[in-house]
Each structure stands twice: as structure tokens, then as C-alpha cells.
Design a protein around this ligand. Structure first.
Ligand code: FAD
Length: 402
């Protein structure tokens, strides 16, 4: 196949976004996945929804991929965080920091479809026929992905967007740190009697967090995390028993709760790569950091990789540099390391602090929740964090082209 600037391995949310961001930045791109991305979307392979932060929305708007999902994206206006039986809870109101929603809930397949539409309209993007990555060949001047059927996809660099079990990461010799959570998340869509008013609920329970996130109408997306064996048992319950178990944990603030399906189980594990780069390889998304879904930040973190990478590569080609050169890739890693390490650590800390029923730990939690609830400055920081607007952001996340 013809050589392009970048070869993107993986057409999940991160790979599709990376391919589009790089194409918009002026690079030629080849993207490959072991499954046909169109067929995967049509087959409803990914029934999850994703909380897209404000800055991620700005990136998607700038890439022209937001308009097609905007109608079905439900705004998150407020967030309520509660801790098991504790009377203390946190209420985050978006108006504290402005008039924009904190984020939106989108259906993963809707977003993938919109990103694909944009990619298919790009003259400089080739979506290769499906193929499984077999090996990686790096030379002084470029890198090639060799597929199991013998095809060779060549570029100045390879972008690993092939998920938590990334083959490119392994082939590039990057080690990982793994931390199984012994928890699984049950995903379902829930119909309820009462309107949600744009309020997202995060309820911490000893077995794991339970989130109900607003969807259109009287519906919410459920992400219910429990210890593995418990989750497996709950996921198999008939609808009436499932509703009763959910009501017992969540309470009756939304009235009766009806599972609408489809229901799926996702085993959770934290996986982090030792670095963002290798020789002529850059990692993005879950390939470099798969985190617990407790804060709904995994893909938002991946989009921050995509924004930083697109900016570094756009700046490189503007001044005639080789986009796969070590100095360019090192710049990308330098920009991403702190955010990735700090979000991974804080997410893990949150899970450990809240997924237990130990008396003294409960007391510390209550103290912390009470402080954040009472001190406005803490609250503003937490809201901006959820919106993804803290710190110095790459251009795409500010709504500007790379
Ligand atoms: C229950 C749950 C809820 C979540 N909720 C949120 C949320 O609300 N907000 C948020 O920001 N994040 C959320 N996340 C995280 C988010 O879903 C992930 O971070 C994101 O989907 C990762 O996308 P990715 O493209 O990096 O990886 P993947 O989706 O894993 O995509 C990898 C792609 O690479 C392909 N591939 C893999 N290996 C090969 C190979 N050898 N050859 C060829 N192709 C290959 C696969 O087919 C796949 O298409 C959640 C995660 C879970 C589990």
C-alpha cells in the first residue's frame, strides 16, 4: 500500500479521533482495525455511552464530528455524589462556573459513526480492509505495520490506538503495569418514572460505584460496578429482580426503574504503559492508560492524548520536520505524562477509598465530602476538572484547529 505520514492501529473511539485529528492537521493517514469499523457500528458492538467533557466536545466540534451527534447528546447540568448510607452528599451545579453543561452523554456507536463519516470524506485518509496486526518493522526512516495476511502498511510513524491489550505496544517493547480491580461494570439503559432534569448520579457503595447518567427522555445510562462474582450474578437477573436490586441500591428519587437493555458486563483492570512513545511509535487512548470508569474520564483522557499529538505533529510538519522523529515524539510524551499519571492515580485512589465499608475510612470520606461541599473554591476546581478545562490545554481542546 502507498506510504502515508501516519498509520493508525485501531479504529475504536481513540483511533478514529486520532486519524481525523491528524488528517485535519494536514497529515496523510492509513487506519486499520481487525474488524470493519462500519460493520462494528452497524452491529451495535459497543452498547456503552460515554460522558464527553466540555473540552472534549470542543475538540469534536472543531473536527466537525459533533454536529451529527449533538441532537442525541444529553447535557449533564448537575452531578450528585453520595456515599452509601452517609447523610452527606455533594452537589455540583454547572452554573457555578458558567452557562455551559459540564458535559454530554453520547452513545458510543453514534460518535463512532460520525467520526467515520468525517474520515470517509477526507481525501488523505485510507481506511484499510480489516486485518490483525502481526508485527512491527522500524527502520531509520519509517515504520511499518505488518498484518497477519501479509499486507504492509508504511508510514513515518505508527499510532497505537489498539486498546487495553495493545499489540503495537507489545511489539514496540513497552512494558505495562497492570492492576486487576476484581470488579466488573454492568451496563444497561434504564427507563424511570420521574425526569432526571440533567442530573447525573454517582453513588458510592461498598461493592463499587453506581452511576446513572442522563439520556434523552425519562432514560438514564447505568454503569453499575460490583465485585466480579456479584456483578455476574446481577447481570443474569430477570428484569423484575434486576429492577428491585437496582432500586435497593439507588433509591427511589427517579421513581420506578425499568431496565431497557441491552445489558453487558465489562471486567475492569487498570493497565498503564511505561511510556507514551517508542521508536517511531506513539500510543494514545487505552493503549497507554486504561483506567477505572468511576469518573467517566477514560476516553476524555484519550482525547487529550489525541489533541496533544495532533498539535505536536502539525507543528513539526509546518517547519518541515519528520513527524516520526525522536525529538517530535519526545515532545508529545513530555506534554502527556503528568496528566496521565495524575488522573490514573487519583481515579485508582477514589476507587480504593470508596469501595469498602471500613468505619474509619468512612469517617475520612465523610469529612472530605463535607469539606468539598462547604468550600466553594474546592467545588469550582472539581467542576472544572470534570469539564476538562483545568490547566493549559492543546489548541483542539480550546476549540481551535491544530
Ligand atoms: C464500563 C465503562 C464505562 C466507561 N465510561 C466512560 C465515560 O463515561 N467517559 C469516558 O471518557 N470514558 C469512559 N470509559 C472509557 C472508554 O470507554 C475507553 O477509554 C475508550 O473506549 C477506549 O477507546 P480506545 O479506542 O482507546 O480502545 P478500544 O475501544 O479498545 O479500541 C481498540 C481498537 O483496536 C482494535 N484492535 C485491538 N487489537 C488489534 C489487533 N491486534 N489488530 C487490529 N486491531 C486491533 C480493536 O478491534 C478496537 O477497535 C468507560 C469504560 C468502561 C469499561
Amino acid at each position: 500500500m502507498e506510504r502515508t505520514d501516519a498509520v493508525v492501529a485501531g479504529a475504536g473511539l481513540s483511533g478514529l479521533s486520532a486519524a481525523l485529528a491528524l488528517a485535519e492537521a494536514g497529515l496523510s493517514v492509513t487506519m486499520v482495525d481487525r474488524t470493519d469499523p462500519r460493520a462494528a457500528v452497524a452491529g451495535k458492538g459497543d452498547v456503552r455511552t460515554t460522558a464527553i467533557s466540555l473540552s472534549s466536545r470542543r475538540l469534536l466540534e472543531t473536527l466537525g464530528a459533533w454536529a451529527a451527534v449533538a441532537d442525541r447528546a444529553e447535557p449533564i447540568l448537575d452531578i450528585r455524589v453520595s456515599d452509601a448510607e452517609s447523610p452527606i452528599h455533594l452537589h455540583f451545579d454547572h452554573r457555578v462556573v458558567g452557562d455551559q453543561p459540564m458535559g454530554h452523554i453520547v452513545v458510543n456507536d453514534d460518535l463512532k459513526s460520525s467520526l467515520l463519516d468525517r474520515l470517509e470524506g477526507h481525501s488523505d485518509v485510507t481506511i484499510a480492509d480489516p486485518g490483525t496486526i502481526d508485527s512491527l518493522a522500524v527502520t531509520g526512516a519509517g515504520a511499518a505495520l505488518i498484518l497477519a495476511d501479509g499486507r504492509r502498511l508504511e508510514g513515518s510513524l505508527v499510532i497505537a490506538a489498539d486498546g487495553r491489550e495493545s499489540a503495537v505496544r507489545r511489539l514496540a517493547g513497552l512494558r505495562t503495569t497492570r492492576l486487576p480491580y476484581r470488579q466488573s461494570s454492568i451496563i444497561d439503559t434504564i427507563g424511570h418514572d420521574e425526569p432526571h432534569h440533567g442530573l447525573a448520579h454517582e453513588r458510592f457503595l461498598p461493592g463499587g460505584p453506581l452511576a446513572l447518567l442522563p439520556l434523552s427522555g425519562n432514560r438514564s445510562a447505568l454503569v453499575w460496578t460490583e465485585r466480579k462474582a456479584v456483578a455476574e450474578r446481577i447481570a443474569k437477573l430477570d428484569d423484575a429482580s434486576f429492577s428491585a436490586a437496582l432500586l435497593e441500591r439507588f433509591g427511589s428519587s427517579l421513581g420506578r426503574l425499568h431496565p431497557l437493555g441491552p445489558r453487558r458486563l465489562y471486567p475492569l483492570e487498570m493497565v498503564t504503559a511505561e511510556g507514551f512513545i517508542a521508536d517511531r511509535v506513539a500510543l494514545v487512548g487505552d493503549a497507554v492508560h486504561a483506567i477505572h470508569p468511576v469518573a467517566g474520564q477514560g476516553f476524555n483522557l484519550g482525547l487529550r492524548d489525541v489533541a496533544a499529538l495532533a498539535e505536536v505533529l502539525a507543528d513539526a510538519i509546518r517547519v518541515g520536520l519528520d513527524p516520526g522523529a525522536p525529538t517530535v515524539l519526545r515532545d508529545y510524551q513530555r506534554r502527556r505524562r503528568f496528566d496521565s499519571v495524575s488522573l490514573t492515580a487519583s481515579t485508582d485512589g477514589l476507587v480504593r477509598l470508596f469501595s469498602n465499608d471500613i468505619g474509619p475510612v468512612r469517617a475520612v470520606r465523610d469529612l472530605g465530602l463535607g469539606m468539598v461541599q462547604r468550600i466553594p473554591a474546592f467545588k469550582r476546581v472539581a467542576i472544572r476538572h470534570a469539564m476538562g478545562t483545568l490547566g493549559t490545554l492543546p489548541r483542539l481542546l480550546r476549540g481551535e484547529p491544530s
